[in-house]
Design a protein around this ligand. Sequence first.
Ligand SMILES: [Zn+2]
Length: 457
Amino acid sequence: MRKIEKRAVVCLFLVAAMLLGLGIYVIQYLRFGGKWASFAANRHLYNSQGQLAVGRILDRDGDLLSWPDENGNRCYYDNATVRKATLHAVGDAQGKIGTGALVAFADQLSGYNLITGAYSLTGTGNDLYLTLDARLNYIAYEALGGKKGAVGVYNYETGEILCMVSSPTYDPLDPPVIEDGDERYDGVYLNRFLSGTFVPGSIFKTITLTAAIENLPDLFSRTFTCTGSTQVGDGVITCPHAHGEMDIYGAFANSCNGVFGQLAVELGGETLSSYVEKAGLTSRYNVSGLKSAAGSFDVTGATENDLGWAGVGQGNDLVNPCAMMVWMGAVANGGKAAVPRIILKTESSSGLPASLQLTHRTDTLIDSTTASTLAQMMANNVAETYGASRFPNMDICAKSGTGEVGGGKAPNAWFAGFLRNEDAPYAFIVLVEEGGSGADVAGTVAAKVLDALVNGY
Ligand SMILES: [Zn+2]
């Protein structure tokens, strides 16, 4: 009798272990089944060169960006500039572009589902529509004029990314052989918009200003004087020239380093850090499953002068272009913005929806009253400094930036902002590496892309 009891216990234990194992397997299967099935060694889905042989990638208007021919070889859009401008969104046959749909969304392209796995009667996989407009990518890439950088435009109400360009890039039909240290292709496989971080320069003043509006009650009655060089702590903070006497509106429109350096010190490192965090600049966003890079703001052990420079977007400050664009969207949208997404929809070969694409919202990145004050001041920047005539039919709010990178290189040019037009709820970010003046160079790239988007020329 005792022997039987013992055996029963052993049996029960084995059954429990099996059920546990099965449970773990089922959970993993539900979570990662699509990734397993779309593993590159699966010959049902990949051709002999390891290229994904099923699934078509289209832009939001239905322009075909990449598709397999009857032999399973990858084809791409017939215009080389469009191929280059959409490389980091579409991907390459070799799988080197991690953010490209061919790699990142292989499971959705394969037509994988829980019932039939990756098997389909037609064997053609799914149609994956990106939120991008290939035409805008083309215009943005041309506007960068061969410079390295990133351009992003998105709808801050729906999250749809309309333009996402990263440069340098190459033609996926003619991938270059890249020698070590070839500067032309520096970081070419990196999607700078999603995965890069850069010194922000003066676009960071939107953060310092937000903290100042909320913490310095007399901010709007103050008068500042800039002589071109301001003593902050044990060093000076310099401006390109003397800005003279101005209020906070003027200091922001002139992008006066002296004023913002002093404000940063008055606010203190801890306060400033909390605003950077709240604005989402140190967060990572989930863009249809792609994680954006987190920026950083570290003023531990900083001197007063270091803190001053940190408050004008220099020093150790690093921002990710995508996170900066979302921050602009939140200012536009009363404090919360839609989280960006790059997949518009997926359809099976029979035309049925193959996935659910939802709009998610960010946390509150800025108080709504502060947001409308900041927007007003950014609109004033355009009127006073950048020139409203460059942005026809646009209720545009913006801040330029010129991020010094040192090493004898020209500064990074930035232009960040958003439109308040009800029928054009777009936020944007432009980075031109070693571009020089933010308002001129990056502002011109932004103007070309926004003009095409709003005025449809
Ligand atoms: Zn100044």
